[in-house]
Design a binder for this molecule. Structure first.
Ligand code: HPA
Length: 274
């Protein structure tokens, strides 16, 4: 990592600390259409990404761009309302820097949510899927470049990218809340186009259950610096070729909002277990 990144990260940390001195240990990243969850955070302090050095504003509709800290279910949490995607073309640092700033602020766990396409009939629109593992089917990796040993090793281990204990707690929470939760492997396709039917057939054969354009880069950066990660997808559509309908971002947003209620119930129950 360059000197510039270190300075940027230090000023990002200072900017957040000035407004939120006791930063929460749990951060939830809200995916497409899930932005409304942020309204349920009580006693919230909201910092627009534009006011934090190292955070870039997402260009995607449905991603507002705020860091919000407050309380939910008696737990201090922070929420990232909106995220940066590789397909926006900002480069790896735009994804790595915010997570490294959160690391320096002392976070211990990162809950990544996203909208995804379902590769199997049972992964139907509206399903919630706990990510068990992922396939990075892209040439994109935010860890490419000089390694900053103060964050983590050059060759980070990926035995357990999605933390076993967090996964168990999420499964328990789903049962308690009566929210159906499937499990699956997420394949990261960089986008921005939705996949072709041939690509979806290939991903299915490779062992993926759901497909999306986010989460994996953030997971890689977080695991590199020792943050525990959990991932939950809202299936917004059957992937290309599984359904005969053409895919649109508007449908993604509408279906994510519909399934968002179940996800909020699940996360609330989960937070009570931390
Ligand atoms: N493919 C990739 N990303 C997605 C999809 C999809 O079908 N649905 C929501 N995000």
């Amino acid at each position: 990592m360059t000197q510039d990144s270190s300075a940027l990260i230090a000023s990002g940390v200072a900017a957040v600390q000035a407004r939120i001195p006791d930063f929460p240990k749990t951060v939830i990243v809200l995916g497409s259409g899930l932005g409304r969850f942020a309204a349920a955070v009580s006693g919230a302090t909201t910092i627009p990404f534009g006011e934090i050095p190292g955070f870039s504003k997402s260009t995607v509709v449905g991603h507002s761009g705020n860091l919000i800290a407050g309380e939910m279910e008696g737990q201090r949490i922070a929420v990232m309302q909106g995220r940066i995607h590789a397909y926006e073309g900002h480069g790896g640092a735009a994804i790595a820097n915010p997570i490294r700033i959160l690391k320096r602020l002392g976070i211990e766990r990162l809950i990544l949510t996203n909208a995804a396409g379902g590769l199997r009939l049972e992964m139907a629109p509206g399903s919630l899927v706990l990510i068990e593992d992922h396939i990075n089917f892209s040439q994109f990796n935010p860890l490419i470049g000089p390694n900053d040993d103060s964050f983590g090793p050059r060759f980070p281990d990926m035995t357990d990218p999605y933390d076993r204990i967090l996964r168990a707690k999420l499964e328990q929470a789903a049962q308690e809340a009566g929210v159906p939760l499937k499990k699956g492997v997420y394949v990261f396709a960089i986008g921005p186009n939705f996949e072709t039917a041939a690509e979806i057939r290939m991903y299915g054969k490779l062992g993926a259950d759901i497909v999306g354009m986010s989460t994996v880069p953030e997971c890689l950066v977080a695991r590199h610096c020792g943050i525990k990660v959990a991932g939950i997808s809202i299936v917004t559509n059957h992937a290309t070729g599984i359904s005969s309908e053409p895919l649109t971002h508007a449908d993604t947003l509408a279906n994510a909002e519909r399934a968002g209620q179940g996800l909020e119930q699940l996360l609330r129950t989960f937070l009570r277990k931390l």
